[in-house]
Design a protein around this ligand. Structure first.
Ligand code: GLA
Length: 377
């Protein structure tokens, strides 16, 4: 049954009230203005709150998770994501903090691929390669947001990427739904359809810091993956699926992130400046399975990542360099946050041995990822 507060909040949102206030502990969704883009369009900020008091703030600009709170072992909620205080902060340029990524998340070698015999050229925005959808990927567009009625607060974001946009073929209708579940999990459901054969790889690029401060080097990570994808100097997979056993990439049991992150005798660590690789999940089924667990010992916070995707990019904020000042005036130094981007393998359009990322007319792209929070003493 729907809770009254949720309905009330939804109704107020639907009726256009901008200053709806939810009481503490009321589940619901609230809409406020997030300011104006430089082109004059308005962006909104939606606050989703569940009944335990967890909150996700999401803007329809880039579908960005602006903040996400989670309780520590004493029940204290803190924001555990990196981001900016204002819309202009995001618009000035950020390394994909909290954003929806598409049409193709991660890299496509040299910005080129061939599909059904036709060659396509995309922007090369990262070391001669195409990264995260191009110059104006899904992280920089304004999505149409609609609160979804149901037992749990949810927000549906829709965007149609035009045929030829950023060089990709086909009009692509994308729908992403964020649901803040009762069990302190943020669920993201992705859906897409196309009118021409195209390639699709959607993800979210949230940077997490479960301590809410400092760096992520003492976070403990488990990845349910016995192989990873080694890369070349420009971070394009070589095509090999390499066993993690005996390498700094072995996170099959809970391992402190900082333990081997600077082991530059390993060429992969050297190329990635730390971890910036896709791990191949041992369970290759398309069902939702546990891909990763992160534990932060000082706060006791635990994050579990479940996904229907075949791989997960573990990125340790190696390119953060202290030049960005984020929420609350915090300077984002190297390794202030970690990303666990669930996805298809990078560069799949050029690697016939990787699971396909092609989407054809009549098919529906459908994936789901859950970030679930709990604590351990
Ligand atoms: C991804 C990439 C990294 C980096 C970040 C953004 O995670 O794999 O190499 O580009 O995005 O800085």
């Amino acid at each position: 049954m729907k809770t009254l507060p949720f309905l009330l909040a939804t109704l107020l949102v639907v009726s256009g009230c901008n200053s709806t206030k939810m009481n503490e502990q009321q589940a619901g969704i609230e809409k406020t203005s997030f300011g104006k883009l430089t082109d004059g369009r308005e962006a909104d900020l939606y606050t989703l709150r569940n009944e335990t008091g967890m909150e996700a703030k999401i803007t329809n600009y880039g579908g960005i998770i602006v903040s996400l709170t989670a309780p520590d072992k004493n029940g204290t909620f803190s924001d555990i994501t990196l981001g900016m205080d204002s819309l202009s902060g995001y618009e000035k340029g950020v390394p994909y903090f909290g954003a929806l990524i598409g049409r193709y998340g991660n890299r496509i070698a040299k910005g080129k691929f061939t599909l059904d015999g036709k060659a396509y050229t995309l922007a090369t925005n990262n070391m001669g390669n195409h990264l995260h959808g191009g110059l104006k990927g899904f992280d920089k567009v304004l999505w149409t947001a609609t609160p979804v009625e149901g037992e749990e607060p949810a927000l549906k974001l829709a965007y149609t990427a035009k045929d030829g946009e950023e060089g990709y073929p086909g009009n692509l209708n994308v729908e992403v739904t964020y649901t803040l579940q009762k069990d302190n999990a943020l669920r993201i459901d992705y859906k897409a359809t196309t009118d021409k054969p195209t390639v699709v790889n959607l993800t979210n690029h949230a940077y997490f810091n479960l301590a809410g401060q400092g760096d992520i080097l003492s976070h403990e990570v488990t990845l349910n993956a016995d192989r990873f994808l080694p890369v070349n100097e420009t971070l394009i997979p070589t095509g090999e699926l390499k066993p993690v056993a005996g390498t700094p990439f072995d996170f099959t049991t809970s391992t402190v992130v900082g333990k081997r992150i600077n082991d530059s005798s390993d060429v992969q660590i050297k190329y990635g400046l730390g971890y910036d690789h896709a791990w191949v999940l041992t369970d290759s089924s398309k069902t939702s399975k546990l891909a990763a667990t992160v534990y932060e010992p000082t706060t006791g916070r635990v994050m579990e990542v479940f996904t229907t995707e075949p791989a997960i990019q573990f990125y340790t904020g190696n390119f953060l360099d202290g030049t960005l000042t984020g929420k609350g005036g915090v300077v984002y130094q190297k390794r202030t946050g970690l990303c666990l981007e669930t996805e298809h393998y990078p560069d799949s359009p050029n690697q016939p041995n990787f699971p396909t990322s092609t989407l054809r007319p009549g098919e529906t792209y459908q994936t789901s990822t859950i970030y679930k929070f709990s604590t351990r003493k």
